[in-house]
Design a protein around this ligand. Structure first.
Ligand code: SF4
Ligand code: SF4
Length: 544
């Protein structure tokens, strides 16, 4: 099967690229949103339809709606206006998109993806486009163009890799976001975005987990952490007056391998005696509004801050999530902020002031943990992770949107002894996307996900062959959900883990029992096989 997806032909578009006819093929698209989810969110034009249908049942005045929506956004967002004007077609971005690399479809080149929107902009919003039409790259807005937008704006994971290479800093992800916003106005959206968003509205999290089930899941995890360490571990929920509100992606308490990351958090908080609480309503860090519209993103982000206010905490600590951090760092201030009812975050253990979070009042768990390690506040036995040869996937949003590059590596190098970087042009700011972000991680879209994830998988294959890498660490819930499938397909034998799972393994907790298993329940390396007893490493760590 990989052979089939490896036959990628990079070719020129057949005929005129402005021909908008798209073939909707199973495996390469996402299904439309169920009307009940659109209605629940109060968004327009809920109806039954599917991308394969000839008739999308668009509202009769769909064209006016789109053009009015475009006009409004051109006035509102300077970036959108700018990006419609300044591309010089240099082509520097052309081969930087993982969907282009993996599919060979020219309309997946960022420059051409943006051109799908620009051509309509020119026709209706520029004088030259109105007069000269196709001669200056303008085209009519037709139903086929709407279908083409749907196909290609839902074949972009809004990862922003292309923008790293653009000499003008054009951010194609922002154009995709505008495209999706406009499609929302006529009820053309996908269920994998709308259902989690509607669930978030109803219960606070993507799966629609009710408060009692949330509490049960957390209690189960605490009991398991207690079993592994022999120490009583508790999970405070909705505790008013706690110092810190901890928010994580909901996958951490209902999916694997995310769940092992949760065990790591709980052990860490117990060890340092953190005064924190979780919230049954802010029970989701993820924000699928980012994949739909600015308005929805704002509405979903607000709940975290409302809970911080209600629980009277000082600041927010956030778990291993991707787009939660993009929303915090790039949009929070102007959307819902400033959060000046909270305090500028200060670590209660080390006294470090997190100046970068002065405005959002939200600190990433990797910043927090790296600071603890840096100040010698944790005792670590990295040999407990000796069965892993680890590499690190920079999740797009924490790396490109918030610049979180060093902290995860600092933690990994402290808790593991075998760490290997993937090639330079595939990590840090240049990291390749998992291929399944921005709401595209559905099974009906599996072929396109595997194609889009191919460049990332290829880099993992390189370090697997060179260094025997068997574990891909990351700090994003979508990565943890989708990379295992990607690895199984392209690089069998490589597993996926959160950084705090590995930290939890290595953490030597005060008064813990002799650990026999890691957080996955697998046997730890035998003392004798390790050469010197693990306990000695613990004592040395304690002395240091
Ligand atoms: S944002 Fe990412 S997925 Fe979208 S066009 Fe750019 S590189 Fe491709
Ligand atoms: S790199 Fe920037 S300017 Fe060049 S084609 Fe791509 S979007 Fe346009």
């Amino acid at each position: 099967m990989p052979d089939k997806l490896l036959s990628i032909e990079q070719k020129r578009p057949e005929g005129d690229w402005r021909n908008a006819k798209v073939e909707f093929r199973k495996g390469t698209i996402c299904y439309s949103a169920a009307p009940k989810n659109i209605a629940y969110l109060g968004l327009p034009n809920p109806r039954e339809w599917q991308p394969f249908d000839a008739d999308w049942k668009l509202p009769p005045n769909w064209k006016q709606i789109i053009l009015a929506g475009m006009k409004e956004r051109l006035q509102k967002y300077r970036s959108f206006r700018l990006f419609m004007e300044i591309c010089v077609r240099c082509g520097a971005c052309a081969d930087k998109c993982h969907f282009y690399v993996g599919s060979g479809d020219p309309k997946n080149m960022p420059v051409l993806r943006a051109e799908l929107m620009r051509s309509v902009y020119r026709r209706y919003f520029t004088l030259t486009g109105r007069i000269f039409g196709a001669l200056v790259g303008a085209r009519e807005l037709t139903e086929d163009v709407i279908k083409e937008w749907f196909y290609y704006f839902y074949q972009c994971t809004e990862c922003r890799r292309c923008s790293v290479f653009c000499p003008y800093g054009i951010d194609t992800a922002e154009i995709t976001m505008m495209g999706r916003e406009l499609l929302d106005l006529i009820g053309c959206n996908i269920n994998w975005v709308m259902e989690p968003a509607a669930n978030c509205f109803r219960t606070g999290n993507h799966l629609g987990v009710q408060p009692h089930a949330f509490q049960d899941s957390l209690q189960f995890a605490a009991d398991e952490a207690t079993q592994i360490t022999g120490l009583p571990i508790e999970v405070p929920i909705n505790r008013k007056g706690a110092e810190i509100l901890f928010v994580m992606p909901s996958a951490d308490y209902f999916a694997t391998p995310h769940y092992y990351t949760l065990l790591g958090y709980l052990m860490l908080f117990r060890e340092i005696g953190l005064d924190y609480t979780l919230s049954t309503y802010a029970s989701e860090g993820g924000n699928f509004g980012l994949f739909s519209s600015h308005e929805l993103m704002k509405r979903l982000n607000a709940k975290i801050y409302e809970e911080a206010k209600r629980l009277r905490v000082k600041w927010i600590l956030g778990g291993e999530c991707g787009h939660m951090w993009r929303v915090f760092h790039q949009y929070m201030d102007t959307m819902n902020g400033p959060a000046d009812f909270l305090e500028p975050p200060v670590s209660p253990i080390t006294g470090t002031r997190f100046e970068n979070a002065r405005s959002t009042r939200a600190v990433h768990i990797c910043e927090f943990a790296a600071d603890l390690i840096h100040h010698g506040k944790l005792r670590l036995d990295p040999r407990r992770n000796d069965r892993w040869n680890v590499t690190y996937h920079d999740s797009c949003n924490p790396s490109r949107a918030m610049g979180l590059l060093e902290e995860p590596r600092y933690i990994l190098n402290s808790v593991c002894r075998n760490f290997h970087e993937m090639p330079e042009n595939t990590i840090r700011e240049q990291t390749f996307c998992c291929g399944s972000g921005a709401g595209l991680g559905t099974d009906e879209n599996l072929e396109m996900r595997l194609r889009g994830g191919f460049p990332r998988a290829n880099a993992v294959k390189y370090v697997k062959e060179k260094h025997g890498v068997n574990l891909l660490a990351c700090i994003c819930a979508i990565d943890k959900a989708t990379l295992p499938t990607l690895m199984e397909y392209w690089v069998p034998g490589v597993e996926v883990a959160g950084v705090h799972e590995l930290l939890g393994n290595a953490l030597v907790m005060t008064g813990e029992k002799e650990r026999t298993t890691d957080l996955r329940g697998d046997d730890l390396p035998d003392d004798d096989l390790c050469g010197e007893p693990l306990v000695k490493v613990r004592e040395e760590a304690a002395r240091e």
